[in-house]
Write a new protein. Sequence first.
Length: 131
Amino acid sequence: FEKLKAKLCQKVCFTKWRVLKELFYLMHCAKECKTLLPKKAAFWVKSCQNDDGGFGFMPNTTSFLENIYYALAVLDWCNDQPLRPEGCLAFIRYCYLPNKGAFARSPSSVAFLESTYYALACVKITEKWHS
């Protein structure tokens, strides 16, 4: 397995991605390959944050909760934070639907278990900002 892993790690391009989710998976590959993402990764993630505090799939796209999770996970691994952490937390709060006891992927959407997972995972990452 180690030989196969080494061969695969040599073939992975850690400098190209199209959307946050791809960068998130590259981050996990980089961990396995014991390498770092390029410094531009954190800068690019920050450029995906919108005025509403959330993150789009890429710069200048609509914010969704899953993108916040991908963004925070990558930034956390890079020992960084969003440009507007308070806006990010506000977007997460706006996605909460108290009548459902769950989170939606955007403030005016429908609640799903997957979105609730992303919200809770985001909150766990942001707890590090205050410790």
